[in-house]
Design a protein around this ligand. Sequence first.
Ligand code: ADP
Length: 247
Amino acid sequence: MKASRRDRGGSGVGGVPSERFAFLFFVNGLVLFGSPGSGKGTQAKLLEQCLRIPHVSTGDMLRAKGAAAGSVVVATMEAGALVSDEVVNLMVEDRLSREDAARGFILDGYPRTRAQAEHLCCWFDQRGIRELVIHLSVDYNVIIARLTGRRQCPVCGSLYNIVSQPPRVDELCDRDGQRLVVRDDDRESVIRERLDAYERQTRPVLDYLNAAGRRVYSVDASQGSPEEVFQKIRQALETHDRKENVG
Ligand code: ADP
């Protein structure tokens, strides 16, 4: 599971250097935690480029499954509510058991309920996986502005925001030129429902993780460009790395 310290990458994308962090010695499971619109998906993609471990997004996986996941799953997502723990736990276990996740992975959008958190912690402990939870903390008003302006490439999944992070050419993806779309669950009434689900079901997960003695770092992700937030995450990881080195 350990990464080689000599294992360095080449040039990064979007100004983010792609050398690996030494922290992969001490962490295999990076968990990005935060409300919808906190920037988990964007940061996960930057971390994926940098660390070259897979980005595992439960939202993307459920959307990709689409109708095959069953009509209940699709209807639940369209309403902005949470898909059942049983479906999501199985899907994540299956994904994390694949070869490409053996060295490490970045979880985005999971765990989102107390039951999922308990399941994941147990799964980590059984396999000796050392986790680090990065909590992206963002003001409510910033979240609303971000979600209503969000656009996504339907092909590669890249995320944009028409105000804070527009594509180079209006409404077209920088990477593959595809026309960007508004996700069904980014409509305003659904956004409220998603934020509600976060407050009721997901925020308490943070208390659970803290009380369970899991390693949780909070990063202020309200301000600054994605690259600036990324640098804060990087700092948090390096601080963690130093502590583990000493301890
Ligand atoms: P966001 O975090 O911006 O809400 P995601 O793409 O992570 O967007 O999730 C979209 C939807 O997928 C959620 O509103 C929910 O219906 C479903 N979903 C994603 N992850 C989970 C999870 N861990 N548990 C239950 N439902 C989930």
